[in-house]
Design a protein around this ligand. Structure first.
Ligand code: DCP
Ligand code: MG
Length: 386
């Protein structure tokens, strides 16, 4: 006998973030913003496990194709632990969560956010300073702590670096980077990665992946790029690290999951105020103009602003893995690696994919091939905002 058709669950969602399409910002901004605060607070406390649990809940809610209106709609959804569910219920019923509000106004959270907001300052350092009673930039400056070069730059450009980078600014930086890269190595390719590749309209930095179609041509490229950027007066700070990644028999010595070993430059760019992509393109043809204008005083004081830029150089043979790894989001990457290990006995990094059963590396020249090796449906960059 047939009864009324049972209504399908409001939302069907897979349990790994890499199995879902997650747009930015999604349809549940109130909920995801709240869970993000709790995740961040846990991360700032050094509690990775708790942070990850909130991040997974946040990612799940962002992937839903409509706004959640009541707790009943959460039934059967994966990734939501008891704690997250309580917070969500509070938000749905009262419009606010007391836990989230208390977290946001707690002195510890505020200080840790402020201190880790300094480029070059991680959770450990911030925690040590907070324990010593340092809660403000002024207190840090008078504390007598000696800061490393990155932290000094971070403090100097604090306001600029904590102002989100707009899409337009990212495009202007792209033009600058492309101009420099092509002038030092014609034929090299520059790809915008990170949040902007995922379609976000703002970010905390601009991430670029650089390669050349002829393997080996990219060697030493990072130093040429830096030298050229410096000669054009476009860099306020840079720190370059060398590549040490080598494949090895049986996949041993793989880079640890969150570390990668490309030639990489953490930098701070000097972006002039009129750096629309068009102006920047023109300035590329006349680098002297950039310097002249940088010395003039604009209406709002300085005629330029500091922007964090990451440059990563990958050999073409690893490019697909590097692109996948540097497009993010961090949770999406993490979930993809978890899927690889647990569901496929493979290990995935920003350099390679290793099949532990076959005891061999699996090659790929596109992101699509990597998803296929892993038995995952392809998720486009704009769907990776978990
Ligand atoms: N990434 C990584 N390993 C690191 C740092 C980053 O795999 N040690 C990856 C994951 C990120 C991407 O690179 O998604 C870019 O890093 P960002 O910190 O710039 O993150 P987003 O670009 O996603 O965020 P935002 O928009 O804030 O810049
Ligand atoms: Mg980024």
């Amino acid at each position: 006998q047939q009864g009324d058709p049972v209504e399908a669950p409001a939302f069907l969602a897979a349990s790994y973030a890499c199995q879902r399409n997650t747009p930015h910002p999604g349809h549940n901004i109130l909920l995801t913003a709240a869970l993000s605060v709790l995740a961040e607070s846990a991360e700032l406390n050094g509690d990775e496990g708790r942070g990850l649990a909130f991040r997974r809940s946040e990612g799940l809610l962002r992937s839903l194709d409509r706004r959640v209106q009541g707790p009943a709609e959460l039934r059967g959804l994966p990734c939501l632990g008891d704690h997250s569910r309580r917070v969500i219920q509070d938000l749905l019923e009262n419009g606010v969560s007391s836990e989230v509000e208390e977290t946001k106004s707690s002195p510890r959270y505020k200080a840790m956010k402020l201190l880790t907001g300094i480029f070059g300052v991680g959770v450990k350092t911030a925690k040590r300073w907070f324990t010593e009673g340092i809660c403000s930039l002024a207190q840090l400056e008078t504390s007598g702590h000696s800061l490393n070069a990155a932290q000094q730059a971070g403090l100097k450009y604090y306001t600029d670096l904590n102002q989100p980078v707009s899409r337009e600014e990212a495009d202007a930086v792209s033009v600058m980077v492309e101009g420099v890269v092509h002038s030092v190595l014609p034929g090299a390719r520059v790809t915008l990665a990170g949040g902007f590749r995922r379609g976000k309209m703002s970010g905390h930095d601009v991430d670029f992946l650089i390669t050349h179609p002829d393997e080996g041509k990219e060697e030493g490229l990072i130093h040429k790029i830096i030298a050229c950027l410096e000669s054009r007066g476009l860099l306020l700070y840079q720190q370059t690290t060398r590549n040490t990644y080598r494949e090895s028999a049986k996949g041993a010595g793989r880079p640890s999951s969150s570390m990668d070993r490309f030639d990489r430059c953490f930098s701070i760019f000097k972006l002039t105020n009129d750096s629309s992509p068009e102006d920047t393109r023109r300035a590329q043809q006349d680098p002297e103009r950039v310097r002249v204008e940088a010395d003039q005083t604009g209406s709002g004081g300085r005629p330029w602003r500091a922007v964090r830029v990451d440059l990563v150089v990958s050999p073409i043979s690893q490019f697909a893995f590097a692109l996948l790894g540097w497009t993010g989001s961090k949770l999406f990457e993490r979930e993809m690696r978890r899927w690889a290990v647990r569901e496929r006995a493979m290990s995935l990094s920003s350099h390679a994919l290793y099949d532990r059963n076959q005891e061999r590396y699996l090659r790929a020249s596109s992101e699509e091939e990597i998803f296929a090796h892993l038995g995952l449906e392809y998720v486009s960059p704009t769907g990776r905002n978990a």
